[in-house]
Design a protein around this ligand. Sequence first.
Ligand code: ZN
Ligand code: ZN
Length: 345
Amino acid sequence: MKALVYRGPGRKAIEDRPMPRIELATDAIVKISKTTICGTDLHILKGDVASCAPGRILGHEGVGAITEAGQSVTSFRAGDRVLISCISSCGKCEYCRRGMYSHCATGGWILGNTIDGTQAQYVRIPHADTSLYKLPPGADEEALVMLSDILPTGFECGVLNGKVQPGCTVAIVGAGPVGLAALLTAQFYAPARIIMIDLDDNRLAIARQLGATETVNSSDGKAAAAVMKMTGGQGADTAIEAVGIPATFELCEEIVAPGGTIANIGVHGAQVPLHLERLWDRNITITTRLVDTVSTPMLLKTAQAGKINPRLLITHRFKLDAILEAYDTFARAADTKALKVIIEA
Ligand code: ZN
Ligand code: ZN
């Protein structure tokens, strides 16, 4: 089969690889129909993710059909169309029993990291019963690829951890796919205002289409002052960090309102200054989380009912043969206006 393989920092290739096989009775093999590229894949290619070794097939998102299920798999059989969760979970270990699938003792974020991933024609999914979701009949498969990772990530790490409430003011720093996923799912709770902050006017225009009430282009370095002015000096009740660099986290520290929450989503590779000298008396909360995908069943229902439209995040489509071009398009998002790219296997 064809697969996109990580070959060490800065290097990737399309290769012919052996078909994955059932290794444990709880595994299933899925024939991928659609997958995508995540910002995290770009982090791996930069060499930022030490757990991902050269030779690994990348990708942790996708939909497809089961071709073979291990003997212990009871919820799925060959032919079932499924959504693959970016997080694999056994459902039984201490962390899974606490709903923290991301910290599963034999799972977590392993796909396209410590085991071969979804940017291929076939993938082996461990703990299939608790890591796959049946697609509803008539499902929009492309749209549901957004539910493998970015929608649960924006919702759980940003909206739920950020305690978004009716009437509150939300600021989202970063209008990439995950920031926009937080924007879509924040609206479940009817906040009064959602202020979107980014460097890219195109992304801010998309944010306004998707429900942002106000936008701030932060390229002049004065975003904090702009948000404080918009909010009458109060700041945002929820400040969601969806970039993963020190400057954007520090911006959240500057704009969080008294009693508010900074909800970090970004993957940070560098030390970030914590300004306790300004924050110690402001009753704020700072949260961090790796997505657990506990909200996936709920998100499937809301997408199926038309309450959210994840398809709005898809900008480009490629065949698996052209995945190198897809990577290039995704990596040059400022020029190509790419958000999520669908790859058809
Ligand atoms: Zn991802
Ligand atoms: Zn577990």
